[in-house]
Design a protein around this ligand. Sequence first.
Ligand SMILES: *[C@@H]1O[C@H](CO)[C@@H](O)[C@H](O)[C@H]1NC(C)=O
Ligand SMILES: *[C@@H]1O[C@H](CO)[C@@H](O)[C@H](O)[C@H]1NC(C)=O
Ligand SMILES: *[C@@H]1O[C@H](CO)[C@@H](O)[C@H](O)[C@H]1NC(C)=O
Ligand SMILES: *[C@@H]1O[C@H](CO)[C@@H](O)[C@H](O)[C@H]1NC(C)=O
Length: 356
Amino acid sequence: MAKLMVLTLLGLAMTHLKDYQSSYQKRLTAFREVEPVDLPNCNLVKGIETGSEDLEILPNGLALISSGLKFPGIKSFDPDKPGKILLMDLNEEDPEVLELRISGSKFNTSSFNPHGISTFTDEDNTVYLLVVNHPDAKSTVELFKFQKEEKSLLHLKTIRHKLLASLNDIVAVGPEHFYATNDHYFVDHYLKSWEVYLGLSWSYVVYYSPNEVKVVADGFDFANGINISPDGKYVYISELLAHKIHVYEKHANWTLTSLKKSLAFNTLVDNISVDPVTGDLWIGCHPNGMRIFFYDPEHIPGSEVIQIQNILTEEPKVTVVYAENGTVLQGSSVASVYKGKLLIGTVFHKALYCKP
Ligand SMILES: *[C@@H]1O[C@H](CO)[C@@H](O)[C@H](O)[C@H]1NC(C)=O
Ligand SMILES: *[C@@H]1O[C@H](CO)[C@@H](O)[C@H](O)[C@H]1NC(C)=O
Ligand SMILES: *[C@@H]1O[C@H](CO)[C@@H](O)[C@H](O)[C@H]1NC(C)=O
Ligand SMILES: *[C@@H]1O[C@H](CO)[C@@H](O)[C@H](O)[C@H]1NC(C)=O
């Protein structure tokens, strides 16, 4: 009798695991193949071979790019080299990338592992670069001053907090003032993998300032990209494994209220970039999550870029601008525009630059 019970329980558990498995495959859009959407005048960026996982284009056309991410479960083509921040001037006809030198006595460049980045420009035109860093598998936010003439980054500060434990992306609203996504609730790698497998949706978003740190939104199935509208009134959050972009209203006290407005897609939505001129959202996406989380050279991940216009209206316009099966570009994670040019970054692969 006891055995029967054990068997029944095991059977029940197995049925449930099957449910979990099928839901897991759905969340990872495991069976999707990409239908190509071509763009003319695109070239791979010379000098980017090991990722361009996040990038930001300043209003003057200088692009800052984080490269060389090492993240559990994600492919790296150069696992022994530290990560770096690259600079590219989109005003040039044929821009080259160069690595920004990092100065500052306390910063350890050997363990630099940059992930999401964001800039903030103050009234004096000083540009601050905030970088999510994973030194030795931890999560910190590094604050740098971008020194344009010297082509370098001066390290000013490392920010740590227990609510900044599984960081992914960041959007700065001041030098030491930001919203950030934690893509997992757990910090431990083993527990993280169960959290994702079971779809617990415990991932959350944090507001950080030197005086106050608080959770402002939670219940996400892998909160990933985060960004803010040009007028500063709305915050956009991408929920990778639910395939959704959520719109939040930002209040004077920095809390967020869900507008209950979310757009759903058939792709894993990663970084969100906002066009400062039009307010359009540009999203780097993973058409097939299985291929990005379980790298297999025989089944490489493709790339997909989506543009959302008029997101606040009744009828936002969604356009797949670019889609490709990975032969050219693997694992697009971010896309951003400057004067009609489009720069597409990837988690661990190359970068693509398209001219109008
Ligand atoms: C810098 O990081 C490397 C790589 O993680 C580590 O081996 C080294 O001990 C660190 N140095 C300092 C001064 O912490
Ligand atoms: C950008 O994309 C990478 C690739 O998945 C992701 O891990 C990272 O969190 C994203 N960063 C931002 C700025 O959204
Ligand atoms: C923040 O502001 C919003 C809008 O005014 C208000 O509804 C909310 O209660 C405030 N929250 C806190 C914690 O003060
Ligand atoms: C990917 O797309 C290219 C161009 O459309 C095509 O030549 C190639 O066979 C495709 N590769 C796979 C693995 O489907």
